[in-house]
Design a binder for this molecule. Structure first.
Ligand code: FMN
Length: 175
């Protein structure tokens, strides 16, 4: 049941150096390619990165919040072709989330590193940095990088009491 997985799901940023198997990688990519997308346009492009040096370079895509990637044996750069649809952000976000959930379902840990709207340094956006690093054509936009691996940290799922029930409204917005 998906709800059981969701009760346990957490973002995992610490990984062992064990590689993600080819079988698990294939399942992750199948899951991502089964993502829903607006009008079924399927604008995503997924870059599978396993070379350690490239992963190290992904980890410096932005000054904060991407460093955890350097210890991930696998990173998937989730992109979309912005010339195909005006809702590529939503489509790419859904695919990124599906990768995160599929990883959890396989007993792997993963975490999202936000790239869209983030800066690499004073001169360049994280997008510009990655476009150069990964040879991305101009219309290919990066939403996020999902770092994936075998977890070496355990975190409890969010408790029932911590759920923000006050942010759910029935019929009308209520204070
Ligand atoms: C849109 C989005 C952007 C995120 N960006 C980052 C990021 O750049 N770096 C990072 O370490 N975690 C990032 N995260 C993970 C969140 O920090 C994490 O989901 C949140 O703290 C809740 O923790 P949990 O996923 O364990 O429940 C991002 C998550 C989302 C959904």
């Amino acid at each position: 049941m998906l709800i059981k997985l969701l009760r346990k799901r957490r973002s995992i940023r610490r990984f062992s150096n064990q590689a993600v198997s080819r079988q698990d990688l294939d399942l992750l990519l199948e899951a991502a390619l089964r993502s829903p997308s607006s009008k079924g346009i399927n604008p995503w492009e997924f870059l599978v990165i396993q070379e350690q040096e490239t992963i190290r370079q992904l980890a410096t895509a932005k000054p904060h919040g991407a460093a955890f990637l350097k210890n991930a044996p696998l990173a998937v750069v989730v992109c979309a072709d912005s010339s195909k649809t005006d809702v590529w952000v939503e489509d790419a976000s859904i695919a990124a989330l599906i990768l995160h959930l599929a990883a959890a379902d396989l007993g792997l840990g993963s975490c999202w590193a936000q790239i869209r709207l983030r800066e690499h340094d004073a001169e360049k956006s994280a997008q510009e940095y990655l476009s150069r690093l990964l040879n991305l054509p101009e219309q290919i936009m990066v939403e996020a990088i999902i770092g994936i691996g075998h977890p070496v940290e355990e975190k409890p799922g969010h408790s029932e009491e911590s759920l923000l029930q006050n942010q759910v409204h029935f019929e009308r917005f209520s204070n």
